[in-house]
Design a protein around this ligand. Sequence first.
Ligand SMILES: Cc1ncc(COP(=O)(O)O)c(C=O)c1O
Length: 369
Amino acid sequence: MSKKILVTQSSMPTIEEYIEEIKPIFANKWLTNMGEKHKKLESNLKEYLGVKNISLYTNGHNALYIAIKSFDFPDGSEVITTPYSFSSTTHAIVQNNLKPVFCDINEEDYTIDVNKIEKLINEKTVAILPVHVYGHVCDVEKIDEIAKKHNLKVIYDCAHVFGVKYKGTSIANYGDISMFSFHATKVFNTIEGGALVYKDDTKKIGLERLKNFGINGAECVDMVGTNAKMNEFCAAMGICNLRHIDDEIKKREKVYNRYLERLDGIDGITVSKVQNNIIPNFAYFPIIFNKEIFGKSRDDVKKELEKENIYTRKYFYPLISDYECYRDNYDSNETPIAKRISNNVLTIPMYADLSLEDVDKICDIILKK
Ligand SMILES: Cc1ncc(COP(=O)(O)O)c(C=O)c1O
């Protein structure tokens, strides 16, 4: 059997570098609750991303949950988002007792179709929660314009866009608040982890308190908070990984370019191009298959690759509106583009250490007639 190639592989420092970073934790025995490593990672990330405020969390999902909670929207308010995302995006809305309203995506980059947002807005709408899928950037300017016109908050799911810049500035500088995931499979990881980035200084106290049970001093708890504090070992992994992030993204670019050389322009398959005005992070390599033209469906290709021990992901399938826990309340046919893309998408292996020989092998199998 040929060697196993997974859809992703986590970036890690050398064991020596990590040990060096965690030695002080063994000396001071401070394992969590915003210790030295936590502070250092926050400060390094602020500098790397070029942002004013950042708060760290156990994972992206808890960060998103807290981001939404911090606005204190009335129960039952509506939040416009897309069904073409990871479960976390919609779950975080529902867990805040709010109602997700699904907007379709556009064909070009699979982000929210800004021309379809306004007709979903009503007196209950309080926010838009767009997702920068695969590292593709949403139409942030139009979203900002719509939000201002209707007095809505904008909460970005930035789980896929770590390090991405739009018009020379970090993508995290758009909207009211942005959530990053630092999960092991992401371009930048802290094993598990996440962050919120926001411009409004006054939000800091609430966002920090909500991750620590709402505790405000030794004898006061004034918010119904949760526990979402990043621990010191995760923060140390982040400090190490951040030292190498630019090299990791450059290595991903090589993989991306080889995929593009081999797969772009083939009839019946659509690959993603780097958008205008973007410094990309090459987070994923999604392909959309058109069986009528290409001759093989996404499921055919997935199976052929699996026979060779190569693992891909139907990311995102099913649509969130088709999940068992949501489908009684939604009709996924109302977002036809998202439905079609979801039925035909396959993300193929993409990570910094994927060799070009392996990329060629994957492309040979995809293109085999
Ligand atoms: C689009 C999107 N949103 C939210 C999340 C949740 O992040 P985490 O896994 O760090 O909780 C993820 C990743 O898992 C994601 O891909």
